[in-house]
Design a protein around this ligand. Structure first.
Ligand code: FES
Length: 99
């Protein structure tokens, strides 16, 4: 089974395109329905806000921050380095049949 990794892309006003892991650092919920006002990414689950340029939490006194990914723009292609990806389920591949 191929592994999947969600990526959150934001382009802060006056800044550069950023890529973050698409999971909230609060309790690891998906950020697929997060909102973005040009400056702050707001998680839909408990409304924590994160600065789109730095990824730092701006609504709570915590160290939780969006996990950044390296990003490269080549022509009309956006490449995001999400690092090594773990298999979705260890041991999910069918047993080999040597004979
Ligand atoms: S999971 Fe995002 S604020 Fe709680």
């Amino acid at each position: 089974m191929p592994a999947r990794e969600s990526v959150l892309l934001v382009w802060p006003a006056g800044g550069e395109l950023k890529a973050y892991r698409g999971r909230c650092p609060h309790v690891d919920m998906p950020l697929s329905d997060a909102t973005f006002n040009g400056q702050t990414v707001t998680c839909p689950h408990h409304q924590w806000g994160f600065d789109g340029a730095s990824g730092k939490c701006v609504t709570h006194l915590v160290r939780n921050a969006l996990h950044p990914y390296e990003i490269r723009v080549l022509g009309d292609e956006i490449q995001v380095d999400v690092g090594p990806i773990k298999p979705a389920r260890a041991g999910a591949s069918p047993p080999s049949n040597p004979g």
